[in-house]
Design a protein around this ligand. Structure first.
Ligand SMILES: OC[C@H]1O[C@H](O[C@H]2O[C@H](CO)[C@@H](O)[C@H](O)[C@H]2O)[C@H](O)[C@@H](O)[C@@H]1O
Length: 612
C-alpha cells in the first residue's frame, strides 16, 4: 500500500521532481520531464509499479519509517534518519539542478548519500524500474569496465529510456525477481552514495555522477536562490518552503510552471476526481507569478511572462487555458487501466480534458499578472502590451458567453459570477495601464466595458435577499471563488455586499472551519452515487486555496485576529516538511489531491503577506 500523501517529501531539479516517502522509497518520478511517463509509479499502485527503496535492511523489510526527516535548511535537499539496534544512519536525497558544474551533462539524476551516524548498519537498496507508468519491465544488464577499480554499473533499458545505477566500492549489486538489489554496510563516520541517472537509450552512457560535488553545488544553488527572498515576516519558514516548492515546480528551460508534479492523487480517497496536474495552467501560473514578484523573484516572473508570450502566440481565439511546460497544446486525456490508483482511486488519468474548456476568468488572471509585471518594472514590456490588447479584443466579444469557470466543471456551461468578475479585472487593469501611457490611448472603450460588466455582475450575480453574491447568475448556490471579489478590487472590502458574501461563504461552505469550493452532493439515489453540480459523482475535501482566501478576506474586512487563527490552523495542515496537497479531508484528517500543489502554496504566501 502506498504511504499517506503527507508521508512524501519533494526533491527536484526544475525539470522534473520525485516524491520520496518517509519509508525511504522514491514512489513517483517522471523522466526526463515533469510530464514524461513515470519510471516509478508505485504511488498509484504498489512497489511493482516502480519504486526505489533505500533504508536499513531491517527497515526496508519491515517498512519502518525514518525516525526524523527535514530539508537541509532552506533547500530541496532532504535528510531522513533511521535508528536501528545496529546503529543510526542518514540518507540525503536530492536531484541536482541540471546542466550545472559536476552534473552529468544535463542528464536527470537522483542522488542518495548515506552517512553512518553511529554503530554499523546493514543497508539495502531495492530498485524496481518500471518504465511507461509502471507497465514496462526493462532489460537490466551489468556494465563492467575492465581495468577500472570502480564497481560495475547497472543499466535498465526499454524503448527510449535507460536508467543507470551507480554505487561505490563496498556495495554489492545483484538482480532477482525483476528487481535490482544493492547491499552494503555503513559505520559511524563513513559515507557512500548511490545515484540513478536517466539517459535517452540511443545515446552513449552518461558519465558517473560525482555525488559529493553535486551535493555541494545543489546546496549552493538553493542558498543563492533563497537569499534573494525579500519576505521577512512572522511566517518566514512557511513562506520560504512554499517559494522553494514553487521554484521546484518551474520547468527551468522555458519558465513554464506545473500545477503539481503528480497525476491522479484523488480528491476523495476511492473516488474518481483524479486529474493530471503536470501542465501549466494560465490561472495557476499567473497567480504564482504574482507571488514571486511580491517576494523578490523577478527573474522567475520574467521567465514565465516570456513563456506565456510564446505559448499564446497566434490568434487569441486559439488561446487554451493550459499548455504543456514548453507550450504544447495537445494534452488529450486518457486512462491507464493497469494502474490500480492511489488507494484504489480509479481511474488514473494522464493528459487533461480541461485543456479544451472555455474559462473566461483566465483572461483576467493573465491581464492582472501582466499588469503587475508592468507596474513592478519588469523589463521588456512591449510584447506583453500587444498580448494584453489581443486578449481584451477577444474578451470584449466573448465575455457574455457561459463558460466552465475557475473550477473547470464538467457539467453544462454557466454564467459564473467569478468569470465575469475576472472580466472586470481584465478591463480595469487595461484602463489603468493605458491611462499611464503617453498620448491618447483608447481608454474610453475599455472603461465602458469595465463599467458595463460591473453593473451586470451587481445586478445578476448578487442575491439581495440573502446579501451575497452567488455562484452563477440567478442561482442560489454559493462559491468560494467569490472570496476573491475584495482581493481583486471589484468592490471595497467594507462594502456590505462583500461582508455579506464572506460571511455567507464562511457559514454555508464551512467544513470544520475550512472552506469547500462549492456545495457537493453527498447522497445519491439508492445504489448510485449522486452527480454533483460540477458534473462528477462523489465528494471531495475542503479546498485549501479557498480556505487561505477566507483567512485573507477576514483580514480585509477587519477581522484580522480571526484570519490569523484560521491561517495558523491551515499552516498546521502542512506535513512535517511544510508541503500541502490541493485539499484536506476533514473526516479522516489527511491531505488529498495532487501534491504538492502550487494553487495551495500561492494563497499561503499571499495570505501571509496580508496577515503579517
Ligand atoms: O474539479 C474538476 C476539475 O479539477 C481539476 O481542476 C482543478 O485544478 C486546476 C489546476 O490546479 C485548477 O486551475 C482548477 O481551478 C481546479 O478546479 C482538473 O484539472 C480538471 O480537469 C477537472 O475538470
Amino acid at each position: 500500500m502506498a504511504a499517506l500523501i503527507e508521508d512524501f517529501a519533494l526533491v527536484g531539479d526544475m525539470r522534473t521532481a520525485a516524491l520520496v516517502s518517509r519509508y525511504g522509497s522514491v514512489d513517483w518520478l517522471c523522466l526526463p520531464r515533469f510530464d514524461s511517463p513515470a519510471v516509478f509509479a508505485g504511488l498509484l499502485g504498489a512497489d511493482e509499479h516502480g519504486s526505489w527503496r533505500l533504508a536499513p535492511a531491517a527497515c526496508v523489510a519491515g517498512r519502518r519509517p525514518a525516525a526524523r526527516r527535514r530539508y537541509r535548511g532552506d533547500s530541496l535537499v532532504l535528510e531522513q534518519e533511521w535508528d536501528t539496534p545496529e546503529g543510526s544512519v542518514r540518507v540525503t536525497d536530492f536531484m541536482p539542478p541540471r546542466g550545472r558544474s559536476g552534473s552529468p551533462d544535463g542528464a536527470p539524476c537522483v542522488v542518495r548519500v548515506v552517512d553512518g551516524l553511529s554503530g554499523t548498519v546493514r543497508m539495502r537498496s531495492v530498485l524496481e524500474t518500471r518504465f511507461s507508468y509502471g507497465r514496462i519491465v526493462p532489460w537490466v544488464r551489468r556494465e563492467s569496465h575492465a581495468g577500472h577499480r570502480r564497481p560495475d554499473r547497472v543499466v535498465a533499458v526499454a524503448g527510449p529510456d535507460s536508467l543507470w545505477l551507480d554505487t561505490e566500492a563496498g556495495t554489492e549489486t545483484y538482480g532477482s525477481d525483476l528487481t535490482t538489489y544493492a547491499d552494503f554496510t555503513v559505520s559511524a563516520g563513513q559515507r557512500t552514495a548511490l545515484t540513478l541517472t536517466w539517459q535517452a537509450s540511443h545515446l552513449r552512457p552518461p558519465p558517473r555522477p560525482d555525488a559529493e560535488a553535486l551535493l555541494r553545488d545543489t546546496e549552493r544553488f538553493w542558498d543563492d536562490w533563497t537569499n534573494r527572498c525579500t519576505y521577512n515576516g512572522p511566517w518566514r519558514g512557511a513562506v520560504m518552503r512554499s517559494l522553494i516548492t514553487l521554484k521546484a515546480l518551474t520547468y527551468a528551460p522555458t519558465g513554464g510552471i506545473v500545477a503539481a508534479p503528480t497525476t491522479s492523487l484523488p480528491e476523495e480517497i476511492g473516488g474518481v476526481r483524479n486529474w493530471d496536474y503536470r501542465f501549466t495552467w494560465l490561472r495557476d501560473a499567473a497567480i504564482t507569478l504574482a507571488s514571486l514578484l511580491r517576494t523578490g523573484y523577478h527573474e522567475e516572473a520574467r521567465a514565465w511572462r516570456e513563456w506565456l508570450l510564446r505559448a499564446v502566440a497566434g490568434d487569441a481565439r486559439n488561446l487554451q487555458i493550459m499548455y504543456g511546460v514548453a507550450g504544447e497544446r495537445e494534452l488529450a486525456e486518457s486512462e491507464l487501466p493497469w494502474l490500480p490508483g492511489y488507494e484504489n482511486s480509479r481511474p488514473v488519468r494522464i493528459g487533461n480534458g480541461a485543456a479544451g474548456q472555455l474559462q473566461l476568468d483566465v483572461y483576467g488572471e493573465v491581464v492582472d499578472a501582466l499588469y503587475l509585471g508592468q507596474t513592478s518594472g519588469l523589463a521588456g514590456d512591449d510584447d506583453s502590451h500587444i498580448l494584453q490588447m489581443k486578449l481584451m479584443n477577444y474578451l470584449e466579444s466573448n465575455w457574455q458567453e457561459p463558460d466552465e469557470g475557475i473550477w473547470e466543471v464538467r457539467g453544462p456551461r454557466r454564467h459564473f459570477t467569478h468569470s465575469k468578475v475576472m472580466t472586470w479585472v481584465a478591463a480595469d487593469r487595461t484602463v489603468r495601464r493605458l491611462s499611464r501611457l503617453p498620448g491618447e490611448p483608447p481608454v474610453a472603450r475599455w472603461r465602458a466595458l469595465r463599467d458595463e460588466v460591473h453593473r451586470e455582475v451587481c445586478a445578476k450575480g448578487y442575491d439581495a435577499d440573502r446579501n451575497t453574491f452567488t455562484q452563477s447568475y440567478g442561482s442560489r448556490e454559493l462559491d468560494a471563488s467569490l472570496l476573491l471579489i475584495p482581493q481583486v478590487g471589484f468592490l471595497p472590502p467594507h462594502d456590505p455586499r462583500v461582508v455579506g458574501t464572506v460571511e455567507a461563504v464562511q457559514r454555508e461552505l464551512n467544513d470544520d472551519g475550512f472552506v469547500r469550493r462549492y456545495p457537493v452532493e453527498q447522497d445519491g439515489p439508492p445504489g448510485e452515487r449522486a452527480v454533483s453540480g460540477d458534473g462528477l459523482p462523489g465528494g471531495e475535501g475542503v479546498f485549501l486555496a479557498c480556505s487561505f482566501w477566507l483567512a485573507h478576506d477576514l483580514a480585509l474586512i477587519g477581522r484580522r485576529a480571526e484570519g490569523r487563527r484560521l491561517f495558523e490552523r491551515l499552516l498546521a495542515l502542512r506535513n512535517d516538511v511544510g508541503l500541502l496537497a490541493e485539499e484536506w479531508d476533514t473526516g479522516h484528517g489527511r491531505q488529498v489531491g495532487n501534491f504538492p500543489q502550487a494553487f495551495s502554496h500561492v494563497p499561503l504566501i499571499d495570505a501571509a503577506l496580508r496577515l503579517g
